[in-house]
Write a protein that binds this ligand. Structure first.
Ligand code: FAD
Length: 310
């Protein structure tokens, strides 16, 4: 999925959208409205998250299945090792295959209830994401994505071990990575330099989330461990309860980040939608409006960033 946009989209950059499986009927309607709005834009792929602690297993399979069966979109199904034995993980991967899903974003996951709590693997399960990459690799011809952390994984004691463990996922067979959200482009560029220096050249797709409100932004930054820039926080605070102003500030910041990332040779942008068809789409259109000359990556990077589809 890290390849260029599918023929006919006309977009000068590879972009993708992330959705989560809804828990309620109203949530389900919003999800499908957002998916239907994404479809005519022809993203390279759309991803469906896997609920914390494996709580959304059946819903992730079902949403990915429907995307594969009922839309022209290419679904990427997330999968985590949390709470599953190896036998169960094999079963879920089999259900993805049966559902026509050939792209899996492989993650270790976090402890249910408390992402910062102690990580305990299932007694018959897996401990690290690279082991799940190996498992999925052994089960069929899947395209495999993994997670990368521009501000390093919150549990990594130092950069050396973080990069070493990331490279283990590449060696185990990852085709590309999607980053954790971040708010400073320099963090992405430094991560890319570190990964490249460690001999790994899989595409690192930056994840973009517009911070359209101070409370929401602070909560996401806390959950992801991302540092929220003081300047952006001040602008959002100054906007106070003015939702339109907050929205504009968040979209503007994310759009500027997207443009700069592509100008720096990022292989695409992965937009978190939160199942809404607003901010993420506005950022995408804002990035498109930047004009081709700023968006087309330098040839050397572009050549490296295009692995073929499975
Ligand atoms: P790992 O690569 O296993 O790394 C986790 C930690 O263990 C790191 O500190 C790493 O350095 C360390 N480590 C790795 N290997 C070793 C080793 N051999 N020895 C010692 N230490 C090691 N979570 C969900 O529940 N559902 C989702 O759908 C979901 N989607 C995500 C999408 C993206 C793009 C990202 C970036 C994250 C997503 N997450 C999701 C969150 C993710 O599950 C957590 O961030 C989790 O804590 C780390 O997962 P990982 O795959 O990076 O794990």
């Amino acid at each position: 999925p890290a390849g260029p946009p599918p023929p006919g989209s006309g977009a000068p950059y590879a972009f993708s959208f992330e959705f989560f499986p809804a828990r309620t009927e109203a949530g389900e309607r919003a999800l499908w409205q957002a998916i239907r709005r994404a479809e005519p834009l022809s993203p390279a792929f759309v991803s469906v998250t896997y609920g914390a602690g494996g709580s959304s297993k059946a819903r992730t399979v079902e949403v990915a299945r429907r995307i594969a069966a009922e839309t022209t979109l290419r679904p990427v199904a997330h999968l985590t090792a949390v709470g599953h034995s190896v036998a169960e993980l094999r079963g879920i991967v089999g259900r993805y295959a049966d559902a026509g899903v050939r792209d899996v974003l492989v993650l270790r996951g976090d402890p249910p209830g408390n992402p910062r709590g102690e990580w305990t693997p299932h007694p018959q399960g897996l401990r690290h994401a690279y082991e799940l990459v190996e498992l999925v690799r052994s089960l069929g011809n899947f395209t495999i994505g993994v997670a990368a952390f521009p501000e390093r994984h919150p549990r990594s004691p130092d950069w050396d071990s973080d990069i070493r463990h990331f490279v283990a996922k590449c060696r185990a067979g990852a085709d590309y990575a999607i980053t954790q959200m971040f708010f400073d482009v320099e963090d992405y560029l430094r991560l890319r330099d570190r990964v490249t220096a460690a001999g790994c050249d899989i595409p690192l797709i930056p994840e973009i989330m517009p911070a359209t409100g101070i409370r929401q932004a602070a909560r996401f930054a806390e959950l992801s461990g991302a540092v929220f820039p003081a300047g952006l926080a001040r602008r959002l605070e100054a906007a106070g309860d003015d939702r339109d102003a907050s929205y504009r500030i968040g979209v503007e910041h994310a759009t500027a980040m997207g443009r700069r990332l592509l100008a720096e040779g990022a292989p695409g942008l992965h937009h978190i939608t939160l199942n809404r068809s607003g901010a993420a789409f506005d950022v995408h259109h804002g990035v498109l409006g930047a004009g081709e000359e700023t968006l087309v990556p330098p040839p050397a990077r572009a050549a490296r960033a295009v692995p073929g589809p499975p």
